[in-house]
Design a protein around this ligand. Structure first.
Ligand SMILES: [Zn+2]
Length: 153
């Protein structure tokens, strides 16, 4: 901000965003940018996601009552997340759920901010189109059948 700007109390708007996972406020240049494939490949992400308030009911019914509809819902939650065409800006805490190169993820975040949210890291978009078929099926199986088990039993 220029001296004159300061003198007259003119504030430049600082762009802000939110962590795509926990909704924590992120200020300009904060956070890490991940692709949908990187997000859905993390078992830890699913262990958190499947015990959130919106998903906990299905997870409890899946493990305790062996409820087939609840299991199906967990599969649908996986698919809906995996097909998201977005860049995942995540905070310092949430990045710990992912085994990724954090320096790279930081660099992608800086480009994301610089482009005002238009930038997508390489291999962004629908995870089904990006991941190997076996990898996709393996993580889908984990998310649907096993994720969150530790927090239920
Ligand atoms: Zn977060």
């Amino acid at each position: 901000m220029s001296f004159i700007g300061k003198l007259f109390g003119k504030k430049e708007k600082t762009p802000v965003s939110q962590c795509k996972i926990c909704k924590t406020l992120l200020e300009y240049n904060e956070g890490y940018a991940l692709t949908t494939s990187e997000v859905v490949s993390s078992k830890e992400y699913w262990d958190h996601k499947m015990v959130e308030p919106e998903t906990l009911g299905y997870t409890t019914a899946h493990f305790k009552q062996k409820d087939a509809n609840a299991t199906k819902m967990r599969g649908i939650i996986f698919e809906k997340t995996a097909e998201k065409d977005q860049t995942w800006l995540v905070c310092d805490t949430c990045i710990k759920q992912f085994e990724v190169d954090t320096n790279e993820a930081k660099k992608h975040a800086l480009q994301w901010w610089e482009s005002k949210g238009d930038y997508n890291p390489p291999k962004s978009g629908d995870a089904k189109a990006v991941l190997e078929k076996d990898t996709y099926e393996e993580i889908k199986e984990y998310a649907t059948m096993l994720a969150g088990a530790n927090k239920i039993r």
